[in-house]
Design a protein around this ligand. Structure first.
Ligand code: IPM
Ligand code: MG
Length: 403
């Protein structure tokens, strides 16, 4: 009996290992980074997702189209709407991303993606895999870059979350070995760690940061986190001007809220699940998950999204039109920066802060007593067109620092 159980488990385990070894071989055949400056047109795919996704991504698309209108006219940028990433269509095909939708996504260079519902055990939906987790894996979007800024507290963090491996990669492939025993897996590879850690160091170097902090739990999760930590130490040697320190994820979650310490962190690089957790914490400190955007970057494609989910409760309660589009607009700014429009991106960032933190003429509450996403975006667009945007924004930041 026991022998049979072990044999079955071994067979399943063997398949998982084969799959991972194949993936490593693919990573070794590194293709190099896409050069957006050489592309014409750059194709921006927009998929709305579901829940509040459609409401907030439409507004983000509006901001993008407004900003890029001249480039669209010149034929340098092309927008492409991609349907079919709704929970209904994914359930119909019983796939995290239906094949035709995946082909459409692959025909774009960058993607703006609204939140998508991830079914969980007990939901009315079959327990299909998360669309974002699958998209990150299918398009090999290995870097999840999540900046968090709190100027008045001197905080300027940039998280580099490993986005394809760790606890996520086999998140749907764990199994119940017996009635009583469930096993999941965590995977960390040399190549997967190297590319994200290198990206964090390169970012630090380019932006004159002096410190890269690696977050693990390598004192307990010795093999996988141990490898991540070892790779970081090896790569750090190539960047002599940058200090590399390692923190365990538990104490790091405490230090992010320690006023005496937190402003010292600059660039933070960490495996998938720790990155998932700490970036929500960090976004909350900045003003809530609704204020943060997330860039999912690979060498060939990149996808930009909110860091929060599709809020089905808001839809059920008839409040979707009051959802805050700021996170998706923040994601659009990241998209602009990524494809070579840094000045335009900065303007969107400043307009977001003028509307959301400083002037606050229209406020989103998520309810009828607040602005709708459409009204809020109109307010933001009016700031975006003002010639004194940068000046007013700088004044506000100075005021905050003096407080
Ligand atoms: C995120 C989200 C996703 C994740 C969910 C929706 C699967 O929380 O982008 O951080 O866990 O990565
Ligand atoms: Mg998350």
């Amino acid at each position: 009996m026991t022998n049979k159980i072990i044999e079955t488990a071994q067979e399943k385990f063997a398949l998982l290992i084969e799959e991972q070894l194949r993936r490593i071989e693919k990573m070794k055949q590194d293709t190099g980074w896409v050069d957006y400056a050489a592309l014409s047109p750059i194709i921006i795919g927009v998929c709305f997702g579901d829940g509040i996704g459609e409401f907030i991504s439409k507004q983000a698309e509006r901001v993008l189209r407004h900003t890029l209108q001249e480039e669209v006219k010149k034929g340098k940028i092309q927008f492409k709407d991609i349907a079919g990433l709704t929970i209904e269509n994914r359930v119909k095909h019983n796939k995290a991303i239906p094949d035709d939708v995946l082909e459409e996504l692959k025909s774009c260079h960058v993607i703006l993606k609204g939140p998508t519902t991830t079914p969980q055990v007990g939901d009315p939906w079959p327990n299909i895999e998360s669309a974002n987790v699958s998209m990150r894996r299918y398009l090999d979007l290995f870097a999840n870059v999540r900046p968090v800024k709190i100027p008045q507290d001197n905080i300027d963090w940039c998280f580099f979350r490993e986005n394809t491996e760790g606890a996520y990669i086999l998140g749907s492939k764990g199994f119940d070995v017996t009635e009583d025993l469930s096993i999941d897996f965590k995977v960390i590879t040399e190549q997967g760690s190297e590319r994200i850690i290198r990206m964090a160091f390169e970012y630090a170097k380019k932006n004159h940061k002096r410190r890269v902090t690696v977050v693990t739990k390598s004192n307990v999760i010795k093999t996988t986190d141990g490898r991540f930590s070892r790779v970081a130490k090896r790569i750090a040697k190539e960047y002599p001007g940058i200090t590399c320190d390692e923190w365990y994820v538990d104490i790091m979650s405490a230090k992010l809220i320690d006023p005496a310490r937190r402003h010292e962190f600059e660039v933070i690089v960490l495996p998938n699940l720790y990155g998932d957790i700490l970036t929500d914490e960090a976004a909350q400190l900045q003003g809530g998950v609704g204020t943060a955007g997330s860039a999912n970057i690979g060498k060939k494609w990149a996808m930009f999204e909110a860091i929060h989910g599709s809020a089905p409760r808001m839809v059920k309660e008839g409040r979707a039109q009051f959802a805050d589009p700021s996170s998706m607009i923040r994601a659009s700014a990241m998209l602009l920066r990524h494809i070579g429009f840094p000045k335009e991106a900065l303007k969107v960032d400043m307009a977001l802060e003028m509307c959301g933190q400083f002037e606050k003429k229209k406020v989103i509450t998520g309810r009828e007593n607040g602005a709708t996403g459409i009204e809020y975006t109109e307010y933001l667009l009016s700031w975006l067109d003002r010639p004194d945007l940068a000046e007013k924004w700088e004044n506000e930041v100075e005021k905050l620092k003096r407080q």
